[in-house]
Design a protein around this ligand. Structure first.
Ligand SMILES: [Mg+2]
Length: 370
């Protein structure tokens, strides 16, 4: 059966991809054929009279491996590793206040078959905690806010759940950055709360429908629903898609989008992770200021809204977490959560201690041990 065009298949490829060649950041995509050579089947020797250089170019052009490598190389030039190009990535942050925005699934935690098991490591939690000591830090997730908080378990962060439709700032006593806004209230924002009853209704309907499809799981993220099909046989993917679409025909005020092996349903309102990023910057008192440098790290299509906002602002950087070339508005890339942790640790390590944020950031860029 043909795969649904909208379904990402990164993970399926991961299982068979060959290791990246030395010096390459990404595993070749598509993976090279690994069929063993059989000399007996070689055609009769052909004498190629073309000039060596032309012949070599011809060989390169006809080689899938070379073509894939070339594609990766081109992509990496446009989206360099935020680790390898750390100094360049943070060069524009000199003298500015960094604000960190972190997606959760696939960014701080590995993508796993059971979405309820997507726990983050203690090492990652410690890295996020230390980053938040130096920079205002927000988790921006498609998950419900309560659910993502239960995974991260850090009181000192901002949490934007349900793709940013449900935002909560840190408790006052643990919010050292809140003074930037000069306000007393804890940040709290809920977009589309009038949709809660209909979301609940669709959740019940879809849960009943998906009982017939082995491996399908409907997750209620309060302001949005996620239909996970990571554990569904590929032959059943279309059935998942069709069932979801048939239910949504009755709810024109809801929108369907694709994530990584998940269909996501949310209110048709102009609110996304990009809007959440703008809202949080404003809440922190940084709206319209040129001395702010937001860094957004995410792996999903829904994170593209935030990457685009940063592009539009002409400030900060978006970092896409991916092992494969993808169309993205992000400027830089990291391969996986392990590299995200390394990046966070690097930011903390070079920041040092003792000075104010701006002075430290200047030191960070000047004295970065790269
Ligand atoms: Mg994600």
């Amino acid at each position: 059966m043909t795969k649904h065009a909208g379904f990402p298949t990164d993970e399926a490829v991961t299982a068979v991809a060959a290791p990246a060649p030395v010096g390459l950041h990404f595993t070749p995509f598509p993976p090279p054929k690994s069929a063993a050579r059989d000399c007996k089947k070689l055609p009769a020797l052909h004498v190629d009279l073309a000039a060596p250089a032309a012949r070599f170019e011809s060989m390169k052009a006809s080689s899938p491996r070379r073509a894939a490598d070339a594609e990766l190389g081109d992509w990496m030039e446009m989206h360099p590793s935020a680790l390898a190009a750390f100094e360049a990535a943070l060069g524009a942050a000199k003298g500015k206040q960094i604000v960190m925005f972190l997606d959760y699934d696939g960014t701080l935690s590995p993508i796993v078959e059971d979405p309820d098991s997507a726990v983050m490591s203690e090492e990652m939690r410690d890295a996020v905690r230390r980053v938040a000591e130096h920079f205002p830090t927000a988790i921006v997730s498609g998950r419900g806010r309560d659910k993502v908080f239960n995974f991260v378990k850090l009181n000192e962060l901002y949490y934007a759940g349900s793709h940013g439709m449900d935002i909560q700032g840190p408790a006052k006593q643990s919010n050292k950055h809140f003074q930037a806004n000069g306000e007393e209230e804890v940040v709290h924002y809920q977009a589309g709360s009038e949709f809660l009853p209909v979301i609940e209704e669709v959740y019940r309907t879809l849960t009943a429908k998906m009982e017939c499809i082995a491996g399908a799981k409907v997750e209620n993220n309060k302001y949005c629903l996620s239909v996970h099909f990571r554990c569904v046989q590929e032959e059943e993917w279309n059935a998942v898609d069709e069932e979801v679409r048939s239910v949504l025909k009755e709810y024109p005020d809801l929108t369907l989008t694709n994530g990584r092996m998940v269909l996501e349903i949310r209110p048709s309102i102009k609110w996304d992770k990009g809007k959440a990023l703008e809202f949080l910057l404003k809440s922190l008192g940084y709206a319209g200021r040129s001395d702010v440098f937001p860094i957004y790290i995410g792996d999903d299509r829904t994170d593209e809204d935030a990457f685009k906002v940063l592009r539009g602002m002409g400030q900060g950087i978006g970092i896409l977490v991916s092992k494969f070339p993808k169309e993205t508005a992000a400027s830089y890339s990291l391969r996986d959560p392990a590299e995200v942790k390394e990046f966070l640790c690097k930011m903390v390590k070079i920041k040092g201690a003792g000075d104010g944020p701006v002075k430290q950031m200047n030191d960070l860029v000047v004295h970065a041990d790269l």
